[in-house]
Design a binder for this molecule. Sequence first.
Ligand code: MN3
Length: 204
Amino acid sequence: MKFELPKLAYPTNALAPVISQETMELHHGKHHAAYVTNLNAAVEKHASLADKSVEALLKDYKSLPDDVRQAIINNGGGHYNHTLFWEIMAPGGSKEPVGTLKDAVAGLGGLDKLKELVNDAGMKRFGSGWSWLVVDGGHLKVVSTANQDCPLQTNQYPVLGVDVWEHAYYVDYRNRRADYLKEWWKVVNWDVVGQRYDAGLKAK
Ligand code: MN3
């Protein structure tokens, strides 16, 4: 197996009550695991893809073989997006942006405004998808994507992403996506988000 399900850096009950142990076990142990399995199955069909990272596969998705392109977008995106999602959450961590990210957030109108923009993009995403903070051409921006589409596909560097698929919140919040989005900020690890912002400024 080329790609593997990453281990969580915290126990599955560590984010409760914002995200329950049951949701974490299903979301990481079943949903994310399935994306990894299906990504491996797609990549194994073409020897030319064997050495490519998930980032390279997604960035260069237009050149993927036709028979596996959509499977790699869906499952490679699923793998990359969820890996990021687990990493930017933690029971501890900074409670607000620090360092260079702090200044960029101020440029967007401050932390409360940023949360409002990300939550609004998440609420407006019809069906399944993600709301993102990305670096696009050196600037911090809020965008959303459908399904498992990844900002890397449009040459944007994902800094923070919140999963708005029903599987991310239905056990804990039922149909109340707005409540989930409001609570979710309590478990954001701004230290990691800040590191991703710095990496995004340097990324091509
Ligand atoms: Mn998910």
